[in-house]
Design a protein around this ligand. Sequence first.
Ligand SMILES: *Cc1c(COP(=O)(O)O)cnc(C)c1O
Length: 438
Amino acid sequence: MIKSNKYLKLVSELKETLWINEKQKPYLRAESIINIGTERIDDAEQRLNKFAPLIEKLFPETRLSNGIIESPLKEIKNMKRKLEICNNVQISGNLLLKMDSHLAIAGSVKARGGIYEVLKYTESIALKNNLITEEDDYSILAEKKYKNFFGQYTIQVGSTGNLGLSIGITSAALGFKVKVHMSSDAKKWKKDLLRSKGAEVIEYNSDYSKAVEEGRRISDLDSMSYFVDDENSINLFLGYSVAARRLDKQLEDININVDDDHPLFVYIPCGVGGAPGGITYGLKTIYKDNVHCFFIEPTHACCMLIGMVSGLHDKISVQDLGLDGITHADGLAVGRPSKLIGKMMDHILSGIFTIDDYKLYDNMRSLYETENIKIEPSACASFQGLAMLYSSEEGQKYIKKNGLQDKMNNSTHIAWATGGSLVPEEVNKTFLETFLNK
Ligand SMILES: *Cc1c(COP(=O)(O)O)cnc(C)c1O
C-alpha cells in the first residue's frame, strides 16, 4: 500500500506534504453520518457554565472571566507579512491567532477537553453520592469536606505533557488523587510542575501509545480509579467542540462574517486527534461548508494523515511506515491516531499538512519578533498550514475545486496556537535559540 499510494510514499520519505481529503462531504450529509448532534455540544457548554463558579473559586486567575476558561482571538498582521516574505507567497484575507496558548489553568488547548472531562466525572460522582443535586450551586464543591470525599478516587491519564497538566492540575485542585503516565517525549518542567501540584508522575521510556496503554491497564485494576482516555473519549471531544461557540461570538464582536462569500480557514496542530477533531466538529456545526479545517502534523509523527489515507486509523502507526515518531513538537509526538476521531474526520476534514521540525522554531521566532507573542513549538505548526495552502499545488487545487478563487480576498485564516504560556522563561529562551538543520 505504501508503494502504491502517493501520499503514504511521500510521508514515508519525510517529505512535507499537503493531503486533501477527497472523502469530505457536504456538511449536511456528513452530519447525518457522524450523528453526534448539536444538543451534546449544548450540554457540554451548559455544564461548563454551571461549573464556572467552582472554577472561579478554585482558580482565582479566572475571576475576570467569571470562571469561564477562554482565550483571546488576535489579528496578527505583522506575522502574516513575515510568513509572506519567508515563504515567498501572497496571502489574501486576514490572519488571526486563536490563543489557546494562553488559556487559564493549563496554558494549552487541553484546558478545554481535559478540564471538561474532569468536571463531568466530578459531577457524576457528586450526584451519585448525593453530595449535590443538579439544582445546587456547584461552587460548594470547593469546601474541604467534598475535597476529602473526592480524595478516595484516583484520576489517571496518559500524556505527552499538556493533557497531563490539564487533568493533573484540575483533579488535584478538586481533591482527587492523580496519576499521570508520561511518555518519553514529556518535558521535564511539565513533570516538575505536576509533582508540585501533588500529582504522581509515572515516567515511561516509550512513546505516547504505550503510556496510554499502561495507564489504562493500571487504572482498570482499581475500581476507585477513572481513566481519561485520550484515544477514545467522547467527553474530551465535546469539551473541545465548545470552542467553536465561543469563537463564533468573538468573530461577531470584531465584525468578521463567515458565509458563502466569506470563507473561514482554520489550521490546527494534531497529535492523537482529539483537540483538533473536537474543534473541527464544533466549527462545522456552525459554519458548515463555509469553514475549511486543516490539521498539521510533524513529518516524523504524521499519524492522523496515514490513518485517514490508508483507512486503517488506529491499525497503522508511523513506525509501520519506517518513521521514528520522534519530533521536537512534544505535543504532537503521537505515532498512532485515534480511530474515533479519524472516522469522523473522514467526512468533514479538508486536509492535513505535514511540517519539518526546523520550521517550528523559525515560526516561533517570527511570531515573537513580529507580534511579541510566545507560544510553544508544537503550536507553531499551524502557521505552516496557511503558508502551504498558498504555496502548494494541492492547496491551489483545493481553492479552485471549491470555487473559492474569487472569495480569497474576503477570507479569514485562523492559526490555532495550541499551547505555550506555562513554558518557563529559561525553556522559552532555549527554544528561541534553537536552530535545526533542514
Ligand atoms: C495536545 C496538543 C495538540 C494536539 O491535540 P491532540 O488531541 O493530541 O490531537 C496540539 N498542540 C499542543 C500544544 C498540544 O498539547
